[in-house]
Design a protein around this ligand. Structure first.
Ligand SMILES: Nc1nc2c(c(=O)[nH]1)N[C@H]1C(S)=C(S)[C@@H](COP(=O)(O)O)O[C@H]1N2
Ligand SMILES: [Mo]
Length: 425
């Protein structure tokens, strides 16, 4: 397809140029590595390598080289790493869009390929821009609960992240000298003092970013930077509250779950309740039983029997992959260690496979690693904040583990299988 000449000439903003592009680039250079690292860390928190239950492609081949056993200390670990990941991702959206806007004329540069080097460069840009858009779009869809992708979010977002970061590293290596040079070409503070009337295009250059037929400015560079900056600040203000939790949650205007979870001991964020997961009343009623298996043994308990086991407390938050967290809640229940002891595995409890009564949908079952089982704060909780768990929070019994993603805290638990040899997967 041939792009008409007047279309190319229509990129006439007098603001475009290597300096402005470089300012946006520096902001992304500061943010993207942290976004990538918190993303990698978040993936580890799922224990993806722990048998093919938490993830369909458990060890991710060579890309799983960095996986490590997710610790239970500090107990707010995932709350912070995932809060940073999601909030930062949202906040960087205006910067990413501005950066793409600043270079968009290059997308239509003619001829499309000038040399082999140029072809490779454009291919890397395709991976860079495609990777960035893919990661931001899948991430935002996920936190807005739009699970429209084929297959699971995790492998898509994970592999996409590696493609993106590969292209990102190559791009930074190739463009850094040019970026440094461009930034030196103009004084940032002087630019912030320049009003629209005195805004002139950057000098003509070889990068192809500066318009060859610039229109008169409608906004200063200061105004453009301010708009992007304010956009990011505004997004921060309406997003961060969901990660902080508690009363601050009221500021999280973009939170998809609503902002006020009611009142009473069970009044904190619910992800999917009984209705959304299709849990039947009779499965969590008086006929409910807990099965504990492992070491070749099996024992079945009623809720009354469970109530009579030694009861412990732990103040722990729920921190979801979607970025929201609750403040610390006071959970009360039976230690996982004590449940392992029921089947003779109390001295060195192994990993456990936790199944809920749920018969369809995701998050029906997860595996917890031995270090999580052994933490004395890891409970099969029966009560929260002094009251019996509400059905939506997982009555008759739910898991709560320090430091772990919310999804590890299985609700409506039906069966605990200690030791991988007892796992039905
Ligand atoms: N059985 C079951 N347990 C589950 C879920 C689920 O859908 N089904 N959702 C998980 C997710 S993703 C989160 S974040 C937490 C939320 O717990 P809450 O709804 O009590 O806040 O529960 C986890 N436990
Ligand atoms: Mo979650």
């Amino acid at each position: 397809m041939k792009v008409p000449a007047q279309f190319i000439r229509s990129w006439r903003s007098p603001l475009r140029g290597p300096w402005l592009t470089s300012v946006f680039a520096v902001a992304l250079l500061a943010g993207i590595p942290l976004l990538f690292l918190t993303g990698l860390v978040s993936y580890t928190a799922y224990n993806p390598d722990l048998a093919p239950v938490n993830d369909m492609t458990p060890d991710k081949g060579v890309l799983g080289f960095y996986l490590f056993a997710w610790p239970t200390d500090p107990y707010w670990l995932y709350r912070v790493t995932q809060g940073v990941h999601v909030t930062l991702g949202v906040v960087l959206v205006p910067v990413l869009l501005a950066k793409l806007w600043s270079v968009v004329p290059k997308l239509f540069a003619r001829p499309p390929v000038r040399s082999l080097g140029h072809a490779l460069d454009r291919l890397s840009l395709l991976l860079l821009v495609g990777g960035a858009l893919f990661e931001f779009v899948t991430g935002i869809l996920n936190i807005q609960l739009n699970y429209i992708f084929p297959g699971s979010f995790y492998p898509l977002h994970f592999y996409g992240a590696w493609v993106f970061i590969g292209a990102f590293v190559a791009h930074v290596a190739l463009r850094l000298p040019r970026t440094v040079q461009a930034l030196r070409g103009r004084d940032f503070r002087a630019e912030l003092r320049t009003p629209r009337a005195r805004t002139v295009p950057e000098p003509p250059d070889t990068t192809g970013l500066v318009s060859r037929a610039p229109a008169p400015p409608t906004v200063s560079r200061r105004g453009a930077l301010g708009m992007v900056g304010l956009g990011s600040v505004a997004l921060f203000v309406v997003t961060a509250g969901q990660s902080i939790g508690g009363p601050v949650r009221g500021t999280a205007l973009l939170a998809p779950h609503g902002r006020t979870p009611g009142s009473g001991p069970n009044a904190f964020q619910i992800n999917k309740g009984v209705a959304a997961t299709g849990v039947r009343a009779r499965d969590i009623g008086p006929d409910w039983r807990l099965t504990v298996r492992g070491g070749g043994r099996e024992t079945v308990l009623t809720r009354e029997q469970l109530e009579r086991l030694p009861r412990h407390r732990a103040d722990l938050p729920i921190a979801c992959v979607e970025g929201w967290s609750t403040s610390d809640q006071r959970w009360e229940g039976v230690r996982l260690v004590d449940l392992a002891a029921l089947v003779g595995l109390g001295h060195a409890p192994p990993a456990v496979y936790v199944e809920s009564v749920q018969r369809r949908g995701s998050f029906r079952a997860v595996a917890l690693r031995d270090n999580q089982v052994r933490d004395p704060r890891s409970l099969l909780a029966l009560r929260v904040n002094g009251a019996v768990l509400s059905p939506d929070h997982g009555h008759p019994a739910r898991i709560i583990v320090p430091g772990a993603p919310g999804v590890m805290n299985t609700k409506w638990v039906r069966r605990l299988s200690f030791g991988e040899s007892s796992w039905p997967v």
